[in-house]
Ligand binder design. Structure first.
Ligand SMILES: Cc1ncc(COP(=O)(O)O)c(C=O)c1O
Length: 464
């Protein structure tokens, strides 16, 4: 076990006094303080008090290559020594951005015509820029009224004004008014179908909800439909096989662009390089982040299809540049981290590993918890898996208390495993370098606490 750090209390005190933590309650934070992480190797993390933990969630679905990859640190340090930063506005450029753009384009499926890249530092920014590209695309074609963004209930797209408004999870909107021009439609969440139907044979009323919404609101007001290939934060929701064909046809029919938010799903997370490869879906714009740099430095990207790029290139008035830019677009050190990260993913075959070991994870979860009275649905794809916690497996009645899955996540933490409560689900997303032995250790921790979870959750749920 690693040594505890000597100044832990001081750090916790400074943190308690001055650091604001996302998705945490101020009052509770002042009482509990923060858990201070001090190191990581592979799928393991160390805490300041000397404890070791298994990272069953890759940070925030993002540390695809695992912790402690010194070759990324070396690549970033070398780039920083040579040129830490210079803007890429106007006609200024740098080598890592050019090389990484080419690498990403060559990894994307060749038949989708996705060949133009703008790097940023967060997934929210990638979505915001794609909203702009979509609106500009329509504007230069004489349709400036097509500005609204449609997304799905239970989707997560980020926290900035536009991306936050596109997010379809109601909790994120509490005390925070969203942009009312955004529209939300039904998700392809078969386990809890909003229409009470069962796939196959349902006729995809969730896709039809997009059609009806566009007709009702007027397709001439809508710029784009934004979708995660697999919903992440909303509970690892994998769409049925015919869903993407249907929504792509609706988008085409109404001249609405399709934006794929691959912030979680790209760079191997689903067992393919990109989530879109599971279906024959041809997006107009793609948002990438997280696994592009595995979190070693902040990095994201908007990928623009040839069709949108050429329309903008040919349609923008002479003398009017792209009037959008962030100081850290195409950041050389961040792109150097991205290149070293892709080297590891490729060299170690981690996309293939995610497919194989992820399959093992899902099988292990189903074998271990498949009969549990609180495990309503166990689902996943690649290195993404979730157990949906219910009060009654027959009726699929959810627990009214969202704290129940959180109870499991806290109990797992105390036993040395980080998993995440995603509303009604307990979810795992281990680093793509995880082995089947790592998965056994992770599932083993859940197995230990599960009888108590069943007892306490069923007792708490009784009579509510
Ligand atoms: C699908 C998806 N899109 C966008 C985002 C926003 O990314 P960021 O937090 O880097 O702004 C996230 C973050 O979790 C995400 O899961």
């Amino acid at each position: 076990m690693p040594e505890p750090i000597p100044n832990l209390e001081e750090i916790q005190e400074l943190d308690r006094a001055h650091v604001i933590h996302p998705i945490n309650e101020f009052r509770k934070h002042e009482v509990r303080g923060a858990k201070i992480f001090t190191g990581g190797r592979g799928v393991e993390l160390t805490l300041g008090d000397g404890r070791t933990l298994l990272d069953g969630f890759s940070g925030l679905f993002n540390i695809n290559v695992g912790h402690g990859r010194t070759e990324i640190a070396d690549a970033v340090a070398a780039q920083m020594r040579q040129l830490a930063y210079y803007p890429s506005f106007w006609d200024f450029g740098n080598e890592p951005a050019a090389r990484l753009a080419e690498r990403v384009v060559n990894l994307l499926p060749a038949d989708r015509g996705l060949r133009h890249v703008l790097f940023h530092t967060s997934g929210s920014e990638a979505n915001e820029a794609n909203f702009r590209f979509a609106r500009m695309y329509h504007a230069v074609r004489g349709k400036p009224g097509k500005t609204r963004i449609v997304s799905r209930r239970w989707s997560y797209h980020g926290a900035t004004r536009g991306a936050g408004s596109a997010t379809g999870i109601p909790f994120y909107h509490l005390l925070n008014e969203t942009d009312p021009s955004h529209l939300h439609v039904a998700p392809p969440y078969c386990y809890r179908c909003e229409f009470g139907k069962t796939h196959p044979g349902c006729g995809l009323p969730c896709a039809d909800d997009l059609e009806q919404t566009l007709r009702r609101e007027g397709p001439d007001t809508v710029a784009a439909f934004l979708v995660e290939p697999v919903m992440g934060t909303g509970g690892i929701v994998v769409p049925p096989p015919d869903y993407f064909d249907e929504i792509a046809a609706i988008c085409r029919r109404h001249d609405v662009l399709l934006i794929l938010d691959e912030v979680i799903t790209a760079f191997g997370r689903t067992g393919r390089w990109f989530g879109m490869e599971h279906w024959d879906v041809h997006p107009d714009l793609v948002s990438l982040a997280k696994g592009i740099s595995s979190g070693y430095l902040p990095l994201s990207a908007s990928v623009v299809s040839d069709r949108v790029y050429e329309t903008l290139r040919d349609g923008m008035p002479d003398g009017l540049p792209l009037m959008f830019g962030l100081t850290y677009n195409n950041h050389p050190a961040c792109c150097a981290a991205g290149l070293a990260n892709l080297d590891i993913l490729e060299r170690e075959g981690l996309v293939e590993n995610a497919r194989k070991v992820g399959g093992y994870l899902l099988e292990r979860l189903r074998k271990t918890f498949g009969e549990s009275p609180i495990a309503g649905d166990i689902r996943g794809i690649g290195m993404l898996a979730a157990i949906e916690i219910v009060r009654d497996r027959e009726t699929r009645e959810p627990f009214p208390n969202l704290a129940d899955p959180a109870w499991i996540a806290h109990a797992a933490f105390d036993r040395g495993l980080i998993v995440r409560a995603l509303f009604q689900c307990v979810a795992l997303a281990p680093p793509l370098c995880a082995t089947t032995a790592d998965i056994d250790r992770m599932v083993g921790v859940l197995e230990q606490l599960w009888p108590e979870a069943e007892r306490s959750i069923l007792a708490a749920g009784a009579g509510t």
